[in-house]
Design a binder for this molecule. Sequence first.
Ligand SMILES: NC(=O)c1ccc[n+]([C@@H]2O[C@H](COP(=O)([O-])OP(=O)(O)OC[C@H]3O[C@@H](n4cnc5c(N)ncnc54)[C@H](O)[C@@H]3O)[C@@H](O)[C@H]2O)c1
Length: 279
Amino acid sequence: MVVNKLKKFDLNGKNALITGAAGLLGAQHAAALLEVGAKVVLTDINQDALQEAKAYLSEEYDQKMIEIRYLDVTSLESVKSVCESLVVKKIGIGILINNAAIDPKVRGNQGVVETSRLENFPVDQWDFQVAVGLKGAFLCSQIFGNEMANNRGGVILNIASDLSVFSPDQRIYRKDGLADELQPVKPVTYSVIKAGLIGLTKYLSTYWVDRGIRCNALSPGGVYNGQDDEFLSKLTSLIPLGRMAEKDEYKSAIQFLCSEASSYMNGQNIVIDGGRSSW
Ligand SMILES: NC(=O)c1ccc[n+]([C@@H]2O[C@H](COP(=O)([O-])OP(=O)(O)OC[C@H]3O[C@@H](n4cnc5c(N)ncnc54)[C@H](O)[C@@H]3O)[C@@H](O)[C@H]2O)c1
């Protein structure tokens, strides 16, 4: 008889909702969960990309296991309406992955004012990015977390970043030939949002613990996505493993954190960064 030693990873019969699921990593999180038997609800504001993500996942997994929904994480009404529509369809969410975020690419605008810099950072960009990355995780946790706490318990996983535990090294974003005040930087919002998600993780890990809700965070390092050679060389020199991550290298961690395999882990932040935070 073959004994399945990995049965604690089994998510058959579980339903998982992923926000920002139409992006680079969202579909990978979904694939990770489908692989171990969960049904996934992919949500995003980009409906075309959602369709594409579903088509991509359907090549390998049963499309009946993949739902898609328009969900704007910044809107309480949008979050509530998706939650209600799933209750009507008897899809009780047991896993919530707060993944949506704005990650503005650091390019440098070669202009008169470099708006990524702290001194010039636009307040409307602060509000917009915090609304997606932090308020969005709060709203989804409020609505889906409460629904899970009232029914079946579950897991909330916040996708943070290695920048939740250390400051961006602004030297890797520098462009030759630009004066210091025109040098682009990783904006302040990204660090604040990701560190804030760790606070939310700790809070949620105790709030509904008596009603079966655990909450953890995953902090990925940067993923290969067409970055230019100069940037890659500067970034990878900061990483002991000497490279960025492939987009599928977080899947095992997703399976662990969303299943009973992590049943005694609560309120923690797993940093997977090729060793960058060790240097
Ligand atoms: N890609 C990386 O290198 C990396 C590294 C560390 C952490 N992360 C984190 O992982 C997560 C996913 O990253 P990614 O690279 O897939 O990003 P991505 O930009 O490819 O995807 C983000 C998705 O969020 C969606 N989104 C934006 N605003 C939204 C809103 N209001 N409501 C719902 N969805 C909205 C976008 O449409 C997009 O599909 C993010 O939290 C990111 O900060 C990514």
